[in-house]
Design a protein around this ligand. Structure first.
Ligand code: 13P
Length: 251
């Protein structure tokens, strides 16, 4: 198995001074960590963070990417623009974008396609709301969300990173149990396997209140290949603890 992948999603947090402090802290503690690491930062800080991460093993990511390549799309940022700043990952379909910006499964699939077409690895987020979980719809919801992305991207699906983020666990301190997360990851893994002969390339991350205390148990699950970390990626010590848990999984 390849090493675990831990990605920080800063969301709409940070500032020039705070970013420097955070990244200095992460770089100092990074050592020879045996895991893959990325940080997805707000667009205005891509240039700053690209410089701060130069000559480190931490990859740069954005939190979104346009479904369009260029033109009259006010406020959008295209995949080629992200490439200009050395962006390796782009989060697509985060539940906060689905919820507050009305992003549909089809739009998420098109954004995925744009990222792939320009050499950026999309981190495709899927996940159910609390109401959907309580109605027993979890499996159907995540399968529908992933199916749209598979439909649009065909065999290229082996080049994505997938993130299962139950909406009810995001920013709530209420984490899915390792068993709950593993059950959904297994469903997603089976769906990817049915779509490509190279399913082993797809890392499936868990996201939703992952922190220093629960990371090891979540990462120990067979189908949890890493984490997408919100709140706990904003403090170097917290983020480093999660990296250490991932490092220990490498044996
Ligand atoms: P929290 O870790 O703050 O719950 O956020 C998870 C998330 O949404 C990562 O994309």
């Amino acid at each position: 198995m390849s090493s675990k992948l831990i990605v920080g999603n800063w969301k709409m947090n940070g500032g020039l001074a705070a970013n420097q402090v955070l990244l200095d802290g992460i770089k100092t503690g990074l050592g020879a960590m045996r895991c893959r690491v990325g940080v997805c930062v707000p667009f205005p800080y891509l240039a700053q963070v690209q410089l701060l991460l130069a000559n480190t093993s931490v990859d740069l990511g954005s939190q979104d990417v346009s479904a369009q390549v260029s033109g009259a799309y006010t406020g959008e940022v295209s995949a080629p623009m992200l490439r200009d700043f050395g962006v390796r990952y782009a989060i697509v379909g985060h539940s906060e974008r689905r919820q507050y910006h009305g992003e549909s499964d089809e739009l998420v699939a098109l954004k995925t396609k744009q990222a792939l077409a320009h050499g950026i690895t999309p981190i495709v987020c899927v996940g159910e709301t609390l109401a959907q979980r309580e109605a027993g719809e979890t499996e159907a919801v995540v399968k529908r969300q992933l199916a749209a992305v598979i439909h649009e991207n065909g065999h290229c699906i082996s080049e994505i990173v997938l993130a299962y983020e139950p909406v009810w666990a995001i920013g709530t301190g209420r984490t899915a149990t390792p068993e709950q997360a593993q059950a959904v990851h297994a469903v997603l893994r089976a769906q990817i396997k049915a779509a490509t002969a190279h399913a082993e390339r797809v890392s499936i991350l868990y996201g939703g209140s992952m922190n220093a205390a629960n990371a090891a148990d979540l990462l120990a699950q067979a189908d949890i290949d890493g984490g997408l970390i919100g709140g706990a990626s904003l403090k170097a010590a917290d983020f480093l603890s999660i990296l250490q848990a991932a490092h220990r999984c490498a044996g």
